[in-house]
Design a protein around this ligand. Structure first.
Ligand code: GTP
Ligand code: ZN
Length: 210
């Protein structure tokens, strides 16, 4: 239980993805949702709410499905027939929804993912799948950014990886400080994007210039 709720941030991607724990039963989850409903002040036994715990459990399976998918596997099929192409590959504006690990409230935004292939490339959708898998876990935006970058870097071993995420956190807009329209930007660079300021600048320019 502890293991599954932990969002593994230490060790290699492979270790992180291997160390999975058990899972509570459906009955336990539904009982927990009934407790939360009662905590709000409502009656979990009233007609409109009677099936809600089951719905919430199903919604959680969808929203947090990323714990049961493997980002390493998503990147496992690569191909080399790209006519000698060896320049930057950039996926711009990948939309994502994740949930902050502090409040379990959604933060939504877009991810820009780039890498410099080293001989072999991966199917484009697989990069978006890695974003999706990690987004569907409890996250901080920093951790989400780092996990996507590290995974692509470790699995594909390209010449470099560049990530930029921009998102609005509903725990900041709907509650607490209640600031709407704040965009949080995080970046992570490896390889040439980290070592060569010109490459980093090129990535940022490609994102900005539409
Ligand atoms: N660094 C980081 N902080 C986050 C992220 N998501 C939410 N937070 C912040 O986590 C912090 C949690 O702070 P706490 O003081 O424990 O919680 P809180 O009392 O609800 O804080 P307020 O939101 O200021 O009311 C808040 O400042 C949130 O804005 C994230 O992805 N990254
Ligand atoms: Zn939060």
């Amino acid at each position: 239980m502890d293991a599954i709720l932990r969002n593994f941030s230490g060790g290699s991607v492979e270790t992180r993805e291997r160390d999975r724990g058990g899972k509570p039963s459906r009955e336990q989850v539904e009982a927990a949702v009934r407790t939360l409903i009662a905590w709000t002040g409502d009656d979990p036994k009233r007609e409109g709410l009677i099936d809600t715990p089951a719905r919430v459990a199903r919604a959680f399976e969808e929203l947090y499905g990323g714990y049961f998918e493997c980002p390493i596997e998503a990147l496992s099929r690569t191909f080399e027939e790209v006519g000698g192409y060896d320049d930057i590959v950039l996926l711009r504006d990948i939309p994502f929804v994740s949930h902050c690990e502090h409040h379990m409230l959604p933060f939504t935004g877009t991810a820009h993912v780039a890498y410099y292939p080293e001989g072999r490339v991966v199917g484009l959708s697989k990069l978006a799948r890695v974003v999706e898998i990690y987004a569907r876990r409890l996250q901080t935006q920093e951790n989400l950014t780092a996990q996507i970058a590290t995974t692509i870097d470790e699995v594909l071993q390209p010449r470099g990886v560049a990530l930029l995420l921009e998102a609005e956190h509903s725990c900041m807009s709907l509650r607490g400080v209640q600031k709407h329209g704040v965009s949080t930007v995080t970046t992570q660079f490896t390889g040439v994007f980290q070592n060569d300021p010109a490459e980093q600048e090129r990535f940022l320019r490609l994102i900005r210039n539409r």
